[in-house]
Design a binder for this molecule. Sequence first.
Ligand code: GCU
Length: 325
Amino acid sequence: MKKIALVSIFIFTSAIGGCREKENQPQVILKLGHALDIAHPVHKAMVFMTEKVAEKSRGRMKVEIYPSEQLGTEKESIEALQLGYMAMTKTSSAPLEGFISKMKIFGIPYLFRDSEHFWKVLKGPIGKEILLAGEKQGLRGLCFYDAGARSFYSKKEINIPSNLKGFKVRVQNSIMSIKMVEAMGGSATPIPFGELYTSLDQGVVDAAENNPPSFFTSRHYEVCKYYSLDEHCMLPDILVISTRVWNRLTPEFQRILQEAVDESVEYQRQIWAEAELSDLKSVEEAGVKIIHPDKQPFRDCVKKVWDEFADTEIGALIKEIQEVQ
Ligand code: GCU
C-alpha cells in the first residue's frame, strides 16, 4: 500500500469529526483510488461525478481522485476500503470476486446476449442485489460503469482458441478469469494492470485481454499488434465505497453522493460508446490488426466453466439472468 492511501484516513477522520459548517469549505474529503489512465472514459465519468458532488454540496463535500494505481492495485484498494483507510475505489468486478462471491457471475464467459441485456440486468433487481452483496465485507457498491466486452490482444494472431496453446496470458486477480483462459487452452498469469505494459514488453506474458479504451489508454497496443475481438466477457467496472465511511456520512451527504454517482453513470454510458469506436480506430491506425474471429469455438471451450457452476448459487443466478428479456 502506498503512503498516500494512509493519509486519506487522517483527512477523512478530521473532516468528519469537525463541525465546520461553512459553505465552500469541505467538511468531508473522500479519497478515490483506481487503476486507469486519466484519458480513460471511466476516469472522465468519475471526474464528472466529483464536479456534481461539489456542486450539489456547495463545496462542503469533496471527492479526490488518484488514478493509475497511485494508491495501490485494485486488490490493495479493496482491502484499504475494508479497513476504512481509503474511502472509495473503482475496480473491475474481477478482483471483487475474492471478497464477494456473487461477483463471480460476471466472469461467466458469454453470459450476456448483448449490451442491452447487460444493462437491463445491471439496472434491475439483480444488479441492485449484487451492488449491495458486499455490505458484510465492508464494501458497498455505488454503481456499475460500462466496461464493454473484453477480447484478447497479443504479439501473435489469435483466430481460434488453440492459438492460445503455450501462451502465457495475463489475467486479473480473478479465479474466473483463470478458469476461462485455461478452458481455452492458455496458461493464465495474474498480474496487476499497472505492471502489464512492462510484462508484455519483456515477454513475461504473451497476451492479455481487455476492452478497446483500456487497450488504447494503457498503450499496450505499442507492444501487441493483434487484437482479436472474441468478446468473451462483459465485466463491469464498479464504484465502491467503504461501508465504514458510508455509515459515517450524514443522510444528506449520502444522498448527494449517490445522486452524483447516478448522473455520472448516464454520462459515462454516452462517452463509452464513442470511446470504444474511436479507440479501436486509433489502435488500428497505430498498426494493430483487428481480427473478427468466429466466436463459436471460444464459446464451446468455456462451456465447462458454465457446467462447473451449474449447481451453485452462481448457477441459479445464471438462470435468472438468462430469463431477463
Ligand atoms: C479494465 C478495468 C480496470 C482493470 C483492467 C485490468 O480496464 O476497467 O478496472 O484494472 O481492466 O485488466 O486490470
